[in-house]
Design a binder for this molecule. Structure first.
Ligand code: DNO
Length: 358
């Protein structure tokens, strides 16, 4: 299992690469230039410096999450070609430092969305929570409430600068239906594919989180059918998936092990985590242990194992433990994700042992 770790250092200062070195089995660091907004040029010297830092500690820099996609590309404005040119320039530069997979998303306005960043669990830890009814709120009020409780951290896509432009963003997406958004994604990928082939970099789209439309905005990567449609429409091995069990698992209709068996050869990056989905559709992020939530994590790992999966994996989100929410980004603490890695590797290793592999 090619285990990786996301988010250390700047922007998540309490976790260093030296911490990550002490978690068994981690081979790569999933990185980004986190200060870059969508559509900005990535300078080669900064890319090189970031990759060098990772390699110096013995990790691979092969996965970048994310190179964010500019809204003009998602909306399909004439200016999209300019932003796609910048994206292509970034792909070419990333190839020079050994990047193999780029994780990105095509969600309008927001990235993943939760209504509470620090909801207390019965054991006294806290975690990201989504309350279905709260999403009927005015998004601006919700953003204010979240930002007020977020300290200096928030969710990606919910930064104060972006929230200040919320009216403008909603207006820009007004005519963008699900089909239109899908067409715009296909246009984007068709322009990228020749460059991906040339540079050997695979595009791995992250599913919509939660896996349904929110605030009246379309969301198009959320189920077996929507994923099938994308893979068939741009039927190129360089167009693939970040398969996130937490995002897709927010909808219990998604049969995750079956989807992994179906899509395994187009999954380049696996985000494995658990969520507990309540009867009213609310959900909370819980430990990786299968019986703690609604995602049967051992079955998920088994589906990867049976498929001979060789892609990259990360434990994705975790709960905030032992007071670490004061110093880490929501969902990106050290302890629960480190335990999650051990759980995932435990399941994987026992499956390998059963095959007679030590
Ligand atoms: C959440 C992450 C997402 C992901 C983007 C990809 O923790 O998995 O924010 O990075 O959706 O662009």
């Amino acid at each position: 299992m090619n285990m990786t770790w996301r988010w250390y250092g700047e922007g998540n200062d309490s976790i260093t690469l030296d911490h990550v070195r002490q978690i068994p089995g981690v081979m790569g660091i999933v990185w980004s230039l986190h200060d870059k907004v969508a559509g900005e040029v990535w300078e080669m010297d900064r890319i090189q410096a970031e990759a060098d830092k990772i390699v110096a500690k013995g990790f691979s820099p092969a996965v970048v999450e994310s190179v964010n996609v500019h809204d003009d590309i998602k909306i399909g404005l004439p200016s999209r070609d300019h932003y796609i040119d910048i994206y292509i320039d970034t792909i070419r530069k990333l190839a020079k430092v050994g990047v193999k997979v780029i994780c990105y998303n095509f969600m309008p306005v927001f990235d993943w969305t939760r209504t509470d960043l620090y909801k207390e669990l019965p054991d006294g830890s806290n975690a990201l929570f989504y309350e279905k009814a709260a999403i009927t709120e005015d998004p601006k009020e919700m953003a204010e409430r979240i930002l007020a409780g977020a300290g200096h951290f928030t969710m990606p896509g919910w930064e104060p600068e972006r929230m200040a432009r919320l009216d403008e963003l909603f207006a820009a997406y007004a005519g963008v239906t699900e089909d239109k958004l899908f067409e715009n994604l296909v246009y984007f990928l068709n322009r990228l594919m020749p460059v991906c082939e040339e540079t050997d970099i695979r595009m791995a789209i992250h599913p919509d989180d939660p896996a349904w439309p929110i605030f009246g905005l379309p969301r198009i990567i959320r189920s077996r059918e929507t994923i099938r449609r994308l893979l068939d429409t741009v039927d190129n091995p360089y167009n693939g998936l970040t398969f996130c069990t937490g995002s897709l698992g927010s909808n219990p209709q998604n049969d995750l092990p079956a989807m992994i068996r179906e899509f395994h050869d187009r999954i380049y990056f696996a985000h494995i985590r658990n969520v507990k989905v309540f009867e009213n559709g609310d959900f909370i992020e819980v430990s990786h242990r299968g019986c703690d939530g609604s995602v049967n994590v051992p079955e998920v790992v088994k589906a990867y194992h049976e498929s001979g999966f060789k892609g990259y994996v990360r434990p994705d989100h975790g709960r905030h433990l032992w007071g670490e929410e004061k110093t880490c980004r929501p969902g990106y603490g050290l302890y629960d994700r480190a335990m999650g890695i051990m759980y995932l590797l435990g399941v994987w290793d026992s499956l390998e042992n059963a095959k007679g592999v030590k």
